[in-house]
Write a protein that binds this ligand. Structure first.
Ligand SMILES: [Zn+2]
Length: 57
């Protein structure tokens, strides 16, 4: 099983960090807030993402 790429993601809703894993199609990173279960999705640009850390929520 291949390793799934992930990025660090800050959930602004609860001010907590979690990992967002690349989806099967490689089009977006998806994560769920560990505290309030809010779902977050980060689209991956065709050029790729520059950063390794994002914030959402
Ligand atoms: Zn939250």
């Amino acid at each position: 099983m291949a390793r799934r790429p992930f990025v660090g993601l800050l959930f602004r809703c609860c001010n907590v960090y979690a990992r967002a894993y690349l989806n099967a199609k490689g089009t977006a990173y998806a994560a769920t807030c560990p505290r309030c279960s809010e779902r977050v999705r980060i689209a991956v640009s065709p050029k790729g993402t520059k950063g390794r850390f994002f914030s959402a929520g």
